[in-house]
Write a protein that binds this ligand. Structure first.
Ligand code: W6P
Length: 389
């Protein structure tokens, strides 16, 4: 089919990941034509890479109605981008740029419910393969890559739309990037949001105590050049989980809820946000479940809104949904990480690692290659260690 030809043609090019620094410089100096020239190449390349991967999924997953729907959206968007590009190969006129801006605005709209739709596909899959004959780790591997790819494309498109389109930019922001984002302010507002949600659910919420240590000078607040909406999403998610665990563990106690302690640190390379709770933790060997899409226990993934970019983004208090795995992807997407260290029976230490300097906050995006194919063919190779139970 036509789309397959397109995929194979654009898959031959490697994606060009940017750093937050580059995105910012670009946002400050580039014209709408520059942006248009970059995106009309880069978007089809990133799309082709993830579609190639989508087509390597086990047939059983591809056959799920929701995954078919998704595949249709991706095919449509890739075709639109490539046909636009090939019709207007050397045409940089303002009118072309405007048409392109409309096109990617529509693409962003078309893909706005991708996460919910894929979650629905996984639910459909679970009703078909009852006994988990599907390799869980391959699915996890794919979804992590699929969602990072989507995040990356949405960021590029949103940057273009806020810089050159009708989308209203924030004051002092470069597109969705705040070059001087106060980590303390983000943590405070995430704590407020989590507290009020927790309060609605349980009529109680633990206090959040926040401390800050800046190795570059104890008096200066820790700031970072980052996408505030993504940072808020990650901190909110950790705090929500800590609050839920704390309230549920101490629900029958008459003593006060132990507070959640947050410490913000800045070193030479890293900014770390540590969230410490006394919510009882989890056993180390159940940690994977907390990050699993397949074993997600949230009530109904369709009901919740997932995107960090959406201001109304609300996720349910109950169960492990997609919040933690998606938060970890946001951290990893910009070359950071999110880690959990449980103290079973006692509580959890959670860490968000961020690159302090925007030159190091590079996009980390999937590339479809031989290595990825192997991963799907053979699953997670095992057999070189014994398996303790
Ligand atoms: C707990 C258990 C848990 C899971 C995920 C995140 C935070 C926490 N805290 O006690």
């Amino acid at each position: 089919q036509e789309v397959t030809t397109y995929i194979n043609r654009y898959w031959k090019y490697s994606p060009s990941p940017l750093s937050i620094r580059q995105l910012m410089d670009f946002g400050r100096t580039a014209t709408s034509q520059d942006s248009y020239r970059y995106l009309r190449c880069e978007l089809p390349i990133r799309l082709a890479h993830i579609m190639k991967e989508l087509h390597h999924l086990p047939n059983i997953l591809m056959e799920m109605p929701s995954v078919q729907t998704l595949n249709g959206w991706y095919s449509q968007s890739l075709s639109e981008l490539i046909e636009f590009r090939e019709k207007n190969a050397d045409n940089d006129s303002d009118c072309m740029v405007d048409k392109f801006t409309d096109l990617i605005h529509n693409i962003n709209q078309r893909h706005s419910t991708v996460i919910e739709t894929m979650a629905k596909g996984i639910m459909e899959l679970k009703t078909v393969v009852k006994n988990h004959s599907l390799d869980h780790s391959s699915l996890q591997y794919f979804l992590d890559r699929f969602y990072i790819n989507r995040t990356s494309m949405r960021l590029l498109i949103t940057q273009h739309l806020t810089l050159f389109g009708d989308e209203e930019p924030f004051k002092r922001h470069i597109g969705c990037i705040n070059p001087n984002c106060s980590v303390m302010k983000i943590v405070e507002s995430a704590a407020e949001d989590a507290s009020s949600l927790c309060d609605q659910y349980y009529m109680a919420a633990p206090k959040v105590e926040i401390e800050e240590h800046n190795a570059a000078g104890n008096l200066s607040p820790v700031t970072i050049c980052y996408i505030p909406s993504q940072l808020h999403y990650m901190v909110f998610e950790l705090l929500k989980n800590s609050m839920r665990a704390t309230v549920e563990k101490h629900i029958e106690g008459y003593s006060e809820l132990p507070p959640i302690k947050v410490i913000i640190t800045a070193g030479k390379e890293d900014i770390v946000i540590r969230v410490v709770d006394r919510g009882g933790g989890v056993p180390l060997n159940k940690l994977d479940v907390v990050f699993s899409y397949m074993y997600s226990t949230a009530p109904d993934p369709q009901q919740s809104l997932f995107d960090a970019e959406r201001s109304e983004s609300i996720s349910p208090m109950a169960g492990y949904g997609y919040g933690l795995p998606l938060s970890r992807l946001y951290a990893r997407y910009l070359n950071g990480d999110l880690k959990l260290s449980p103290l079973e029976g006692y509580g959890m230490d959670a860490y968000i690692y961020l690159k302090r300097f925007s030159v190091n906050a590079n996009e980390v995006i999937p590339v479809f290659s031989e290595a990825a194919t192997q991963r799907y063919k053979f699953g997670n190779l095992s057999g070189d260690w014994t398996c303790p139970q």
